[in-house]
Design a protein around this ligand. Structure first.
Ligand code: ADP
Length: 218
């Protein structure tokens, strides 16, 4: 059983790899971004509030995120681990996490900015299951249709040039410093570096699995 945080800039591959690792490790994936996109479909005051942050590329306030996270964590069956995708994104979130769950490992994805921008502007998401595709680099078998569930693919409202820039800035300022915290906490960190747009996700997944095996976590 492993509890992992998958950590990296927007577009670094967190969701793509987490969904593939889920099958191999028998863990639940908790993606706070996916949870917020579900909430945004509702017509509630919370949906409106969340949308105002997400569409601006800003972070949803810590207290809202923590509440959402706690509600999801309690649904994990006993004895099953998890991968957190998109949480923590601030130092306070990392500290709050420590008080509600044990983290065995951080998987850190390192990707140059030009790849992030290219990937995000051509990214497509499944409306039904959230699976991630790319019209150029990770095409579905049938255009516009999810391989996994047959759902319709769409472009996220925050995958626009202006908002992408903001999300990268927010990541650099508020999220990246958390790594130092995990180093101090002596949580092992597995690093995977991407240098090409053509790299298939399976390569990253294999490398991450190797790292987990070395740590006896897989
Ligand atoms: P990406 O990693 O591609 O930026 P996500 O789907 O993880 O996308 O997140 C989308 C948006 O949801 C973020 O830009 C932010 O507004 C909000 N969000 C997700 N997770 C968090 C979090 N832990 N704290 C604050 N805001 C979050």
């Amino acid at each position: 059983m492993v509890n992992a945080v998958i950590f990296g800039a927007p577009g670094s591959g967190k969701g793509t790899y987490a969904s593939r690792l889920q099958e191999k490790l028998d863990v639940d994936v908790i993606a706070t971004g996916d949870i917020f996109r579900e909430i945004m479909k509702e017509s509630s005051p919370l949906a409106k509030e969340v949308k105002s942050y997400v569409d601006g590329g800003l972070l949803v306030p810590d207290d809202v995120v923590l509440e959402v996270l706690k509600q999801r964590l309690v649904k994990i069956p006993k004895g099953k681990g998890f991968i957190l995708d998109g949480y923590p994104r601030t130092l306070d979130q990392a500290k709050a996490l420590k008080s509600v769950a044990r983290i065995d490992v951080v998987v850190r994805l390192i990707v140059p900015e030009w790849i992030i921008i290219e990937r995000l502007s051509t990214r497509r998401i499944c409306k039904s299951c959230g699976e991630v595709y790319n019209v150029r680099y990770l095409k579905p078998k049938v255009e516009g249709v999810c391989d996994k569930c047959g759902g319709q693919l769409y472009q996220r409202s925050d995958d626009t040039a202006e908002v992408i820039k903001n999300r990268i800035l927010v990541y650099e300022r508020q999220t990246e410093p958390i790594l130092q915290y995990y180093k101090e906490q002596k949580v092992p960190i597995i690093e995977f570096k991407t240098e090409s747009l053509e790299m298939p996700p399976e390569v990253a997944v294999e490398e991450i699995l190797k790292g987990l095996k070395k740590l006896k976590l897989a």
